[in-house]
Design a protein around this ligand. Structure first.
Ligand code: BG6
Ligand code: MG
Length: 210
């Protein structure tokens, strides 16, 4: 693949570090307290989706209607559990091949950024020892519209001062691939994400595609 990629924007959850299980346990605890059915198959649908949109997916199985205030309270409660669980993350939880790939990109002079829907991005980066590592961080705290809207990636490129067509994104969620395409960026899919310009079977393959 011949590209003009000068920056790579990485999704965080499921690309740099796996937080799926922490999200699952947080939502499961809240759902059990409310008597709402929730399982790992439903959890898969929450990948890349914002906190409130995730709650709305979980509430498809609820037997009563909740007010907006109750919904905010439920999402806040889940987040409390989640933040407790992610305190256990360490640099050892960085996914295989990620550090080598990031180091190689830096060595080649390619800018690296985070583009994540999560408002917990600063906590997670701190836990895994990468708080000051990226050239820019765009996350759930600086956006109005969540993936598949391209906003989080466009802002990451803006923070880098990089034209959008010089950027690539790496994603594990279909909503993230869609967002990258809407941003006019080259899209790399990892894990179960579908529809990327290139599907990587491991992170290091990224380097062969630049
Ligand atoms: C995404 C996750 O990165 O962030 C989603 O893939 C999650 O599962 C979303 O719902 C929002 O996360 P947070 O940490 O702001 O609740
Ligand atoms: Mg993800």
């Amino acid at each position: 693949m011949s590209t003009n990629i000068k920056a790579v924007i990485f999704d965080l959850d499921g690309v740099i570090v796996s937080t799926d299980d922490c999200h699952y346990r947080g939502w499961k605890k809240m759902a059990d307290e409310e008597g709402i059915y929730f399982d790992r198959t439903i959890n898969e649908r929450l990948r890349g989706v914002s906190r409130m949109e995730s709650l709305n997916i979980i509430l498809e199985r609820a037997e009563k209607e909740y007010t907006e205030d109750e919904k905010v309270q439920m999402a806040t409660r889940k987040n409390g559990y989640y933040v407790e669980f992610i305190q256990a993350l360490t640099p050892a939880d960085i996914l295989p091949g990620v550090m080598e790939t990031l180091e190689e990109l830096k060595a080649k002079g390619i800018k690296i950024a985070i583009g994540s829907s999560s408002k917990n991005t600063p906590i997670i980066l701190k836990q895994i020892g990468l708080s000051d590592y990226f050239d820019a961080v765009s996350d759930g705290n600086n956006i109005t519209n969540s993936k598949p809207d391209p906003e989080v990636f466009l802002k990451a490129a803006d923070f880098l001062g990089m034209p959008y067509d010089n950027c690539a994104i790496v994603e594990d969620a279909d909503a993230g691939i869609e967002a990258g395409k809407a941003a006019g960026m080259v899209t790399f899919a990892v894990g179960s994400a579908k529809g990327g310009d290139v599907t990587l079977s491991n992170m290091k393959e990224l380097l062969e595609n630049l």
